[in-house]
Design a binder for this molecule. Structure first.
Ligand code: R5P
Length: 287
């Protein structure tokens, strides 16, 4: 039985179809005091013939975290003998260290909370795979980056698959391998603030070539906007953006549009209009 958080309903339905497992009825309510109630009415493991409950919930907000804890608890309360938690997008994963004295390791804090209601965790392309070590139950990353090759035009000209920092080079390589042709490259990145980055390009000549800029996430869009600006200055032919998690927070879309971005491809780990591909098959394979 698949139980969906409110931010992951499309992916949960896709996963249910992939696995040929039922999709639970879910309800999300907010009380006048602001508290949430996420529930799976009618879920009773015995009746549903579902020993295993798979809770699918991207923790894109604090509310989504609470919903997830509630749905895990409901599954256990109503008879699931195994609760598997799928985090298509794990919020707070980028806060994987204490950045200053007195800071928490937020990724660890949320991982511990999530662990309390589950037997196993799967998470798609976490910023660093080491975040899985923060869970108190077995936790595995799923690499779904290869799916990003699916919507790319088949006729890319002498393509370069570029990551805006060295840390995302493996994603660029995965997308290139799935596409089947092209070079990989990366820029050096220095983060100046939450919304400002400085990129230093490599020597690769991109003039007249199609460039696919790949990353794990587009959050504020600052990184991608900077990369696109550099690529246009260097006469790249077409520039496509591809990311696993299209968060596109705040004014990211305007920022990217102003930078001249035409096409963004993302997956449904975060459900947006640019979520061109589903990670359901990758998740199903890992379950
Ligand atoms: C950082 O290392 C990540 O891979 C992304 O490049 C970054 O989080 C994107 O953030 P933003 O869109 O805010 O620049």
């Amino acid at each position: 039985m698949i139980i969906s958080g409110s931010a992951s309903q499309t992916l949960a339905a896709e996963l249910a179809a992939e696995l040929d497992e039922p999709l639970a009825s879910v309800e999300y309510e907010r009380f006048p005091d602001g508290e949430l109630l996420a529930a799976a009415p009618g879920f009773a493991a015995e009746e549903a013939d579902a020993e295993r409950a798979i809770v699918v919930a991207s923790t894109v907000s604090s509310d989504a975290h609470v919903e997830l804890l509630q749905l895990q608890d409901a599954a256990r309360e109503w008879g699931a003998s195994e609760v598997v938690t799928v985090l298509p997008y794990m919020g707070y994963a980028r806060q994987d260290e204490a950045f200053e004295e007195g800071h928490p390791i937020s990724a660890r804090a949320v991982a511990r909370a999530i662990s309390s209601g589950t037997d196993r965790v799967l998470t798609v392309n976490p910023h660093e795979e080491a975040v899985c070590d923060f869970f108190d139950v077995p936790a595995e990353p799923i690499d779904a980056a290869g799916r990003l090759a699916d919507p790319l035009p088949a006729d890319l000209t002498d393509p370069v698959f570029l990551s805006p920092d060295e840390g995302a080079l493996d994603i660029a390589a995965t997308v290139r391998d799935a596409y089947g042709a092209g070079d990989t490259d990366y820029f050096e990145k220095k983060r100046l603030s939450g919304t400002e980055v400085e990129l230093t390009p490599s020597d690769t000549d991109v003039s007249g070539r199609d460039v696919v800029v790949t990353d794990d996430i587009i959050a504020t869009g600052s990184t991608m906007a900077e990369a696109v600006g550099i690529l246009h200055e260097r006469d790249a032919r077409r520039v496509f953006l591809a990311c696993v998690h299209p968060m596109l927070a705040s004014n990211a879309r305007s920022k990217l549009a102003r930078a001249g971005v035409e096409t963004i491809y993302g997956t449904d780990t975060i459900e947006r209009d640019v979520s061109a591909v589903s990670v359901a098959r990758s998740v199903a394979d890992a379950l």
